[in-house]
Design a protein around this ligand. Sequence first.
Ligand SMILES: *Cc1c(COP(=O)(O)O)cnc(C)c1O
Length: 498
Amino acid sequence: MNYKSTRNSKISVNSANAIVKGLSDEGGLFVPDGLPKLTKEQVLALGEKSYAQRAYDIFSLFLTDFTTEEVLHCVNSAYNDRNFDTNNISELKKLNNKTHILELWHGPTCAFKDMALQILPFLLTTSAKKTVDGKKIAILVATSGDTGKAALEGFKDVDGTSVSVFYPVNGVSLMQKRQMATQEGSNVDVCAVEGNFDDCQSGVKEIFVDKALAEELKKHNILLSSANSINWGRLAPQIIYYISSYAQLVKNGDINFGEKLNVVVPTGNFGNILAAFYAKEMGVPIGKLICASNANNVLTDFIKTGVYDRNREFHQTVSPSMDILISSNLERLLYHLSGENDKLISQWFDSLKKNGRYEVSSDVKERLSESFYGGFCDDNATKQTIKAVFDKFGYLIDTHTAVAYKVYEDYKACTGDESVTLIASTANPYKFSPAVLEALGGKADGNDEFEIIDRLERASGTKAPTALMETKDKQSRFNDCVDKVQMPERVLKFLTNK
Ligand SMILES: *Cc1c(COP(=O)(O)O)cnc(C)c1O
């Protein structure tokens, strides 16, 4: 299988090149050239296998330039019980006959980004061996919280790699800051930046195009790379858990093969829900794809009107991982829905860059609303939903999952569609303890995150995950804060010991 660029269909590379490059030279994203189709027998057979085996079977369809040993090395290094707190890697929680929660937060950082970032280092180093052998890969990450920690955990002590993370000094939660400051590993660096997330992001982008720095790194045989969600190596792992969930629901007797499963995804950059779309295109009987947003509801409007318009107020919400106005992975979906029309995609995304806005053609709009439903939920409704779900089912959800749950309720009320539904749960509730505690009626005042966790444990009768509690006794290793202009120097010093 090869991968084409969304902005130039003539460009075609194998998976190793797509993963090492991340982005195509003219700015397009890599998409598979024709999706593999799964038969009923194949899906049923997956139901009998472990998560790592399911991942092996599915990756083999996408990474056709990898050897059997290489794919096995990747999946076994990532999906094991040292990295995840359950052998099943992700868990299904049945709320009632129609509603299943897919817990994607059993990895080391307690958020769903581990599902992809635990395997990406191995996909990347294996790909690099096949394409730019001998080079050391230096990952640069600008983060508003979850991605940075997940990348640090994924890449820590992986041979031939290093990872540098920059985060806005006042833009992440206390727990996120602590998780990053206490990071272990000999190939990691973490640094706060004076400024907001955009400053970090543009600082990292400038490092990527810094010619003098590139020269210097070349001398040391180092290749800069990114771990952000437009890399195919982050998207492919996400397809697996949707296929795996369907196979598991059939095996558990919760759904008959062929019966439509609706999928609800709390969405930011559109990576997670796009993976569900790919699973559907591969033949998994998925019904509606329900795209849930917070007050930053640019996607809700887009699905309704076909107009994508980022010219609007930015809201800081209690579901910060979805506080996004540009959903990069949407470009891949529109490429497929437009019949792989690279000219149109280039036009639309040029217009997004220049005017902050584009409008899709009427046929694309129609296809979009056939497959997708969009809805949103503000902070008040998010907190009320956490309380309502806890009171009804005794089950504690985080703020992002609550957004999904509320939009699912709205969807049922508005369409009458009562199909069996899978709700993607993207973070452990303790990762966002203050808002979850307030939702249950508690007070989240003060600056001690462990005091708040303690109150939440008492209010809910649940236990905080070990991975978060462990950070309490760990030494804080990274406490520096730099100005944006000092970022290149910081990276160079870390990578070359100068
Ligand atoms: C990143 C993230 C999301 C959004 O996922 P996308 O793939 O960007 O749409 C939702 N919830 C949590 C907790 C996240 O960390």
